[in-house]
Ligand binder design. Structure first.
Ligand SMILES: Cc1cc2nc3c(=O)[nH]c(=O)nc-3n(C[C@H](O)[C@H](O)[C@H](O)COP(=O)(O)OP(=O)(O)OC[C@H]3O[C@@H](n4cnc5c(N)ncnc54)[C@H](O)[C@@H]3O)c2cc1C
Length: 366
């Protein structure tokens, strides 16, 4: 069966690509949409606003507290508030604006334009890999991102802890070369730990961290996220989100870039389908768009590598320096402009409104 576009993965990146398409599109995803949460889902409030998904917001957070070795810095985020969102509601909101067939299947691989899945194989004129760090269509072998030092690993749990600020810990004494977080939601907090160097032994440290507040570990979720860009076009394939290493190094913020680059990728592909661009020109447009952001990714990657290499007291000193008024007023707007939410389009965009996706297979959709 032939499709204009086949997208592997229907989370933030895959849904963002699909939201800009009007052709014959197939979305391949092993889980029901919004069912497989791996992330703490803290995003700039402007993402939820621009996408028109405010109903998924659980808590708005206007202050960030960074805990370093011997200091605590409070950052006023009122100019760039963040929020935590309900993953299922958010993804279902995105899916409501998508006009595509959704098939609940694992992608196994591809041969040229034919994608093999657990539910048969399908041919697409254009293929998009939005399958997260695994990059199931592109593969990771031989790439920079296949190396452990370019992958971070995190886990989190939900605990009954009240709060109204985003909390980050750069040095717990129990976990070096990573960070911890506390992101309040409506009914408690998402509390987790991440290692910049692919260290999986995080359950014990998470328990110690939770014990500070007398809390016990509940159900855990998590996984890998990337910390270095890889080529967004590989041979004839478009890569987006974590599959393209677009998660921001240092902070591990990957949802905003996945949606930002995903919508841009979808818009370029639609221009190819419209005949406004050749496939080759479209690939070049998307590639150069992504690579325009490379310098800032490198800067964040450099800051992350300092966090890995330097002793914690130096990291604390640098963090304190970064949080002073003049440094912060330089850094924060640039960080926010990296995947500028002003460029985002409503999830249920007017040109697509009412064209709700159809699904094949059980429980593929919301
Ligand atoms: C513990 C943790 C906490 C995090 N917290 C935050 C946070 O608070 N804020 C933030 O911005 N970022 C956070 N991140 C990073 C963020 O989750 C990722 O950067 C983001 O999810 C990337 O989106 P994506 O759509 O590219 O990939 P993913 O969200 O990973 O989605 C990939 C999709 O592909 C599907 N897939 C996988 N294999 C196959 C296959 N074989 N065939 C078909 N489909 C497949 C998956 O089921 C999934 O739906 C966190 C990450 C972790 C691990």
């Amino acid at each position: 069966m032939g499709y204009d576009v086949i997208i592997a993965g229907a989370s933030f990146a895959g849904l963002a690509v699909a939201s800009r398409l009007r052709g014959k599109v197939l979305l391949l995803e092993p889980h029901a949409i919004g069912e497989h949460q791996t992330s703490a889902c803290a995003i700039p409030l402007s993402v939820a606003e621009k996408l028109g998904l405010m109903d998924s917001v659980l808590r708005v957070l206007r202050r960030l507290v960074i805990h370093a070795r011997s200091s605590k810095m409070v950052v006023d985020l009122s100019a760039h508030p963040y929020c935590t969102v309900d993953y299922k509601k958010f993804c279902c909101g995105m899916a409501a604006g998508v006009r595509a067939e959704v098939l609940r299947a694992h992608v196994l691989g591809r041969e040229r334009n034919r994608v093999a899945t657990t539910r048969g194989s399908f041919e697409g004129e254009i293929l998009v890999d939005a399958s997260g760090w695994r990059a199931v269509l592109a593969g990771r072998k031989g790439t920079r991102v296949s190396r452990r030092k370019f992958l971070s690993f995190g886990i989190e749990t939900v605990a009954a802890k009240a709060g109204d600020k985003l909390g980050f810990w750069s040095d717990l004494g129990i976990l070096f070369r990573g960070f911890a977080w506390d992101f309040p939601i409506d009914t408690g907090s998402r509390i987790g730990l991440a290692s910049y160097v692919d260290d999986h032994r995080l359950r014990g440290p998470l328990e110690i961290f939770l014990a500070r507040w007398g809390l016990a570990r509940g159900e855990i979720h998590g996984g890998y996220f990337t910390s270095a860009l890889r080529a967004p076009i590989e041979q004839d394939l478009f890569l987006v989100g974590d599959a393209a290493g677009q998660c921001l190094p240092l902070t591990g913020e990957g949802i905003r870039p996945a949606i930002y680059f995903g919508q841009a990728c979808g818009a370029v592909i639609q221009r190819i389908l419209n005949g406004e661009l050749t496939l080759e020109a479209g690939r070049e447009v998307y590639e150069s768009f992504v690579l325009r952001h490379q310098r800032l990714y490198r800067a964040l990657r450099f800051a992350q590598s300092l966090g890995v290499k330097l002793p914690p007291r130096f990291t604390s000193f640098l963090l304190a320096l970064a949080c002073t008024g003049p440094s912060l007023s330089y850094i924060l707007p640039r960080y926010m402009a990296l995947a500028d939410t002003n460029n985002l389009h409503a999830a249920r965009g007017s040109e697509l409104q009412g064209k709700v996706h159809r699904s094949r297979g059980r429980a593929a959709s919301c």
